[in-house]
Write a protein that binds this ligand. Sequence first.
Ligand code: SF4
Length: 466
Amino acid sequence: MKERPIVSEQEMQRQREYMVRVRALEKRPKRYHIVTMGCQMNERDSESIAGMLSAMGMVNEPVREQADLILYNTCCVRENAENKALGNVIWLKELKKDKPDLMICVGGCMTQEKGMAAMMKKRYPFIDLVYGTHNLYKLPEYVYRVLTEGEPIAEVMDIDGEVVEGMPEARRCRFNAFVNIMYGCDNFCTYCIVPYVRGRERSRTPEAVLEECARLRDDGAQEIMLLGQNVNSYGGGGARFAELLYRVDQLGIPRIRFMTSHPKDLSDELINAFGELKHLMPQLHLPVQAGSNEVLRRMNRRYTREHYVALVGKLRKVCPDIGLTSDIIVGFPGETLEQFEETMSLVREVRFDAAYTFIYSPRAGTRAAEYPDDTPYEVKSERIQRLIDLQQAISLEVLEKQVGKRERVLVEAVSTRDSMSVGGKTPRGHMVNFPGEASLIGQFVDVEITSAGRNTLRGRQIMTEE
Ligand code: SF4
C-alpha cells in the first residue's frame, strides 16, 4: 500500500481558525442536525462533523425541523440509499421556504460520485453546501464562506484523499467507540463504487491509531471497533494489521472488534490472533458475496469458494465459538439458478450467525454495471426470499444453542420494544435483552440466556451471589 501524505498541520490550523471565526459571527448558537446514512465509516465521519460544528459554537438539535443547519452525510453503495438521500433533499426545499436562513449541507459518498456535485448544483440550487469525501476537513472554511458570502458552494476534490489527523470529534458514545485505521480500497470488486468515492487505500500510522485508542480507553471506552474498508490490507508505517491488533490488545481495552475483512487478505497470522489475544472478541464479519466460483470471478473477488470455506475451518479450529457474519449479493448480472443454488449450499455449509443479503444494485461507473443482466427482478426477488428464509432458520438455530449459557454483556441501550429492559452484546456479537435499568448502560453485566428470538436473545441478570 502506498504511503499517502497527511493533510498538513498548517492546513488544519487554518481550519481551526475558521472554526473560531464562525463562532464569532453568531450572537446565539446555531443548532445543527446531522443525518447519517450508510456504514460505520460514515458514522465515524459524522462524529468528526459534529466535533467541527461544536467547535464552531453550534449545538446539536435532535429535531431536524428545528435545526438552523441540516447536514446529510450520504451513502451511495446501493441505488436506494441514493434515492433516499435525494428524496430527503427535495423535502428540504419545502422546509427552506418557511425557514430561509436554514443552511443545507450535503456530503459523503454520494456527492463524491462523478458528476453528482455539478448535477446537484444545477438541479438543487437551494442547497448551500455540497462537499465530497476527500475535503470533509474543510467544512469550517465552507461554513464560514456560506455565512459571510451568502453564495452556495459545491466543491468536490478529485484527488485521492489524504490521511487527516487532528479533526475535532464529538463521540456518539463514550464506552463504545469507532476508530478508523485506514481509508479507501484498492480492490475494485466489479459491483462496488467504494474505490471511486473513497479513493485508494491509505493507512493511519500505528502511533496515531494507538494514541487514539489509549485516549478513548482513558476516557472510559469499554469496546472499540477498528474500521476500514478492508482492514486486512492495513499497512501504516509498514505494519501489518495483525501486528497493529497485537499492539492495540496490549492497551487493555476490554473488548476489541474490527471490520471489514476481505477474505483474500485474511492471513494465518490474523486468524491465530483470535486464539491468542485476550481482548479480541470472537466475532468476524467476512463478506463472501456469492457461493459460485464463476460469480466470484466476475465480481473480481479473487478467492474461491473453497478458499473461503478453508478460512472458516481455520477460524473455527483456532476459536471454536467464533460468530461469523457475512454479506451476500443475489442476482449479480448473469447469475444462473445453478449459481444461486451454490450460494444457498455455501450458506448451509458455513452456517453464518447472520448475513446481510442484497439484490444486486448497478452503480454507474463500475464494471458490473456494463454486464448483460437478463434475470427478471421478480426472479431475483424470489431468490433473495429463499436465501433470507434459509439464513433466518440457521440464525434461529445458532441463537437457540445459546440458551442456558452465561454471558458477559456490555449494556448499550434501553430496549426499543420494552422500556423496562436493556440490551447489549455478548462477546460473540449476539444482542441480548433483559430486564434492567438505564443505569446499567455502559457496564458489563452477567446474564443467563433464557430464550432465543429470530434476531436477538432474551436473558436475566445473574446476581453476584448466584
Ligand atoms: S473490497 Fe470490494 S466490496 Fe469491499 S470496499 Fe473494496 S471494492 Fe468494495
